[in-house]
Design a binder for this molecule. Structure first.
Ligand code: FAD
Length: 388
């Protein structure tokens, strides 16, 4: 294929997953186009902002296995692009001691030999000053967890993709997809043809999939990204080695909450609820529900006495959630040359490099080195509008 309208591979969506996928395809010498509806960089999807947590603390073995490989790929990207993308801070995990999720997470970590330190109620305050552990809760620290620099990552990966000869066309919305042995892609400014298509359109995934005859059970949620001001400068600062944290929710409480040390905005700690309110991705700012902020205020005043319990900054971001909170990494049920990466359910950023590798493998018809059964579309009995 030679014309600038014909490609070996087209990837739709330049968030973290599409950018890493396009980069992997270009590394394998495929003539690749990455299409993005907005001018880059933008803040309308799921991958923007300064920071994300990277961790292995999961209940499932398969995520830990993926993260083992993924840490190597993050470090490879840092070396290749010559930028720092990861900062080790550790991750404090707190949860009701007898809670099934907390125990499962701790036991999966121990079984997989993930470096961690279990804290007792007696030594908790020594290691983690300025946080109170709730009555009946236990805690451990995952040592190699930390912060990923999100905006910097997208810039680095897109830059490396271009260095490999990859083409990015932003401000170009895909308006239609016509499947076939050569897929035809219509955009706001033109028409492309490709042997292979990868759809990584985040919250807009179903808007594109309906054009290919299917829809997935994905729910788009708006998350209020809250920053809380320190009462005393430096008490929760990344430079003082304050860790990221995860509060696993109890049976009664709705407090599945995570946070990152003060870093991007001096003196402000990012603390968010791992849940939001349904939103239309094109009308995100019309969703004004603040009930999550009320939950966070109660949490901050009880558990983080050194923070002002009123958010100083509130930003917005979108989750695209599946019913089981696991991703979709699969072929289109009807078209083998269309691959879908979607439903990252608010925890996909850290997996970007490995997701890119897996979607690239699938697209090239190679067998990925991970068991993809947790990520298959067949688990949903998708509302398949085609006759297949
Ligand atoms: C507040 C918040 C905190 C999070 N914290 C963490 C964390 O600590 N750790 C972690 O691992 N993960 C975290 N996540 C999740 C992670 O950020 C997401 O899983 C990830 O960014 C999803 O990336 P994506 O590429 O699938 O989607 P997106 O970033 O939304 O990318 C999709 C892209 O497709 C483009 N697009 C859509 N339709 C079209 C079209 N028709 N034509 C052209 N382009 C199109 C969109 O404009 C967009 O740029 C968090 C998410 C949020 C919102």
């Amino acid at each position: 294929m030679t014309s600038n309208r014909e490609f070996d591979c087209v990837v739709i969506g330049a968030g973290v997953q599409g950018s890493f996928t396009a980069y992997q395809l270009a590394r394998r010498n495929k003539k690749t186009l990455l299409l993005e509806q907005f001018v880059l960089p933008h803040t309308r999807g799921s991958s923007h902002g300064q920071t994300r947590i990277i961790r292995k603390a999961y209940e499932e073995d398969f995520y830990i296995r993926m993260m083992e490989e993924c840490y190597k790929l993050w470090s490879q990207m840092e070396k290749e692009a010559g930028v720092k993308l990861y900062r080790q801070t550790g991750l404090l995990v707190m949860g009701p001691e007898k809670n099934e999720s907390y125990q499962l997470c701790k036991n999966t970590m121990l079984k997989n030999n993930v470096p961690m330190v279990q804290l007792t109620r007696e030594n908790f305050g020594l290691h983690i000053p300025n946080v109170s552990l709730a009555e009946g809760h236990a805690a451990f620290v995952e040592l190699t967890a930390g912060v990923l620099y999100a905006d910097r990552t997208l810039k680095a990966v897109q830059g490396q993709f271009q260095k490999l000869g990859g083409v990015i066309r932003d401000n170009e919305k895909v308006t239609d997809i016509k499947p076939g042995s050569l897929v035809t892609i219509l955009t706001s400014t033109g028409v492309y043809r490709t042997k292979r298509l990868v759809i990584t359109a985040g919250p807009w995934t179903n808007r594109l999939l309906v054009k290919t005859g299917i829809e997935l059970p994905l729910e788009v949620m708006k998350i209020n990204v809250c920053y809380w001001r320190e009462k005393v400068d430096g008490s929760y600062d990344v430079k003082q080695k304050f860790p990221c944290f995860l509060q696993i929710e109890g049976e009664k409480s709705k407090e599945h909450i995570y946070g990152l040390p003060a870093n991007e905005y001096p003196g402000m700690v990012k603390i968010c609820l791992h849940a939001g309110s349904p939103a239309d991705p094109d009308q995100r700012d019309q969703q004004k529900d603040r009930s999550d902020i009320e939950t966070l205020q109660r949490f901050v005043s009880r558990r983080f006495p050194g923070l002002v319990p009123e958010p100083a900054v509130v930003e917005s971001c979108l989750y695209t959630v599946t019913p089981d909170n696991h991703f979709v990494l699969d072929y289109h049920p009807a078209y083998r040359n269309i691959v879908i990466g979607a439903g990252f359910s608010g925890h996909g950023f850290k997996f970007g490099p490995i997701v890119g590798q897996i979607l690239c493998d699938l697209s090239l018809g190679e067998v990925p080195s991970f068991d993809l059964s947790p990520f298959r579309i067949t688990r949903f009995q998708a509302k398949n509008k085609s006759s297949l």
